[in-house]
Design a protein around this ligand. Structure first.
Ligand SMILES: [Zn+2]
Length: 247
């Protein structure tokens, strides 16, 4: 398929124009015009780029791309190496950040719910990134155990593990800042990828436990759902490569 056809399809599907984000979404680095093989991953690290090139990728598709607003924009050191890797081989880099957290079917939060069997019944936080719903686990500690089994890593539980759960809120990745909005939305427990020091105090003081299940671990599934969608819709060779990250 054509690179620009892929770009236009993804931009529209993921409603890129609707989001205010910390990075550009869509085609971040332009490579060759024809795309037959796409390698997907969570983050556009050098390890993913190297794996993609070894597998003959024409394009790389990730959740965490480059050119973050807070970043030093100079193309030196590891940034030079990364850019040279894709530009030197004429390979495109596509990145979808918040649009891929929020998508109602293919997004990280929807896919996390699917994996855990959670029922979605609402959204919260700015741009409706966070999800609300219910789960089969009776308590926060039970929910942490279910996450450990599903994600194959031990989550960190802050606060009251015995709290009974009627309503839960979740937002994948580094969504510490949405915790208090989750409490305000009536959640009995909040699940995200990462946790900060101050969140632990809030968990103790409000009685709403916080489960940090891993940034990478909670964001592996959106890009895999997107890859499956592209295979089905366009018959393109689209494969996921996991570059593990303990955070
Ligand atoms: Zn993330």
């Amino acid at each position: 398929m054509l690179r620009n056809q892929l770009r236009d399809h993804l931009d529209q599907l993921l409603e890129v124009a609707r989001f205010h984000d910390y990075c550009p979404n869509g085609l971040q680095v332009e490579g060759r015009a024809d795309v037959e093989r796409i390698v997907c991953g969570v983050s556009a690290s050098q390890a993913l780029l190297d794996a993609a090139l070894a597998q003959g990728a024409d394009a790389i598709l990730v959740h965490h791309g480059w050119f973050w607003k807070s970043e030093d924009g100079r193309v030196v050191g590891h940034r030079k190496r990364r850019l040279a890797t894709v530009l030197g081989r004429d390979v495109s880099l596509f990145a979808y950040h918040l649009p891929l957290d929020a998508h109602p079917q293919l997004g990280n939060n929807a896919q996390l719910a699917k994996l855990l069997g959670w029922k979605i019944d609402g959204r919260f936080a700015e741009q409706e990134i966070g999800f609300l719903g219910s789960c089969d686990s009776a308590t926060a500690a039970d929910l942490a155990s279910a996450l450990a089994r599903a994600l194959d890593r031990e989550p960190f539980l802050a606060g009251d593990g015995a709290r009974p759960l009627a309503r839960i809120a979740w937002c994948s990745g580094g969504a510490q800042d949405y915790y208090e909005q989750a409490i305000a939305a009536g959640a009995d427990c909040y699940v995200s990828g990462e946790i900060s020091e101050h969140n632990v105090h809030v968990a103790r003081e409000t009685g709403v436990p916080y489960i940090a299940a891993g940034h990478h671990a909670t964001e592996r599934y959106g890009v895999q759902a997107l890859a499956a969608h592209l295979r089905e819709k366009f018959g393109v060779d689209c494969r996921y490569v996991d570059i593990d990250n303990p955070v």
